[in-house]
Design a binder for this molecule. Structure first.
Ligand SMILES: Nc1ncnc2c1ncn2[C@@H]1O[C@H](COP(=O)(O)OP(=O)(O)O)[C@@H](O)[C@H]1O
Ligand SMILES: [Mg+2]
Length: 290
């Protein structure tokens, strides 16, 4: 098969691992920078041009689209869908997963546990917003942030009010969420491929930090999920429509609470923590669908 990894940087760990795993299984692997693709749209002949050349006979794409290029990246994935090329992540699901509010609404409808969250249209009633999630401490998040950037813990009402007002003033949309204290700066990442959890890790924030993102200095170790956690992760990936997903959960005293579902989850942390060949699982998933 000819498999294209859509990635802006061929040197990234995840990209390299997918290339390696694909080649090991006998496939022709290609890294294409989606930001350098041109899309030709005419009657019944959708074409993707890469550096002026037509991309032909592609059997599948594996999108690794960064948050900063969601718009164009999804358009490229959609073009491949028009060409009837299998994609490991559907364009619709990709867009959906990039909007924290929309994601939470979908997860909520599915009956999944979530931290209590409020979203407002730059309301000036900041006190009421804080009250509606049970008072401080609260977590304030910029809607389209990632890697822990734009996620703030406000411990007092004063702090929460100033932060919300500051974001409002910058016209940055935020959600305000109850702070799940008992998770103690840790969260769980379940890596789901095609309806199966292929690896899970617990990430612990560094000292003095509540965000457990590895990009923020967190550390990871392998864990065994409880049945509740596994079911929640699988359901979350399913309702988001993602064949490949990194489901992040907090362990609360009333069960797992889903934080977010990532559509381009990194492979480095999870492969290191679990010592599993997750890239191979993704290639196998593609093979089963082409
Ligand atoms: N409501 C919360 N209660 C406790 N910790 C939280 C909460 N929300 C986020 N965190 C911590 O902050 C980290 C980043 O938040 P997240 O919503 O995943 O944003 P990002 O998309 O930037 O990773 C999480 O992995 C978790 O460790
Ligand atoms: Mg996260």
């Amino acid at each position: 098969m000819k498999i294209v990894v859509l990635s802006r940087n061929p040197n990234l760990y995840s990209t390299q691992r997918l290339m390696e795993a694909g080649k090991q299984r006998g496939h022709e692997m290609l890294v294409i920078d989606h930001s350098k693709c041109d899309l030709v749209i005419e009657k019944r002949k959708p074409v993707v041009l890469y550096k002026g050349h037509k991309l032909e006979h592609v059997d599948a794409v594996i999108p690794r689209i960064g948050a900063s290029v969601t718009f164009y990246g999804t358009a490229v994935v959609r073009q491949f869908e028009m060409m009837k090329v299998f994609t490991a992540i559907e364009s619709q699901a990709l867009v959906r997963s990039r909007d924290k509010l929309r994601s939470l609404q979908i997860l909520s409808r599915a009956g999944l546990g979530l931290p209590k969250t409020v979203f407002t249209n730059y309301s000036r009633n900041v006190k009421d917003i804080i009250k509606s999630v049970g008072g401080t401490p609260v977590v304030i998040k910029v809607l389209e942030g990632t890697q822990g950037l734009g996620v703030v813990l406000a411990e007092t009402d004063n702090a929460a009010e100033s932060v919300i007002e500051a974001f409002n003033g910058l016209k940055a949309r935020v959600i305000v969420q109850e702070y799940i204290q008992e998770s103690k700066g840790a969260d769980v990442r379940a890596f789901v491929v095609d309806g199966v959890v292929v690896g899970a890790m617990k990430r612990q924030a560094k000292k003095g930090e509540f965000r457990s993102n590895l990009h923020r200095g967190g550390t990871a170790e392998i864990i065994e999920l409880t049945e509740d956690e596994e079911n929640a992760a699988l359901k979350a990936a399913r309702v988001m429509g993602l064949g490949v997903a990194g489901v992040d959960m907090l362990q609360s005293d009333h069960g797992p609470l889903i934080l977010e579902v990532n559509s381009s989850p990194g492979l480095e942390g999870i492969e290191a923590a679990t010592e599993k060949d997750i890239a191979r699982s993704i290639i196998r998933y593609v093979e089963r669908n082409v």
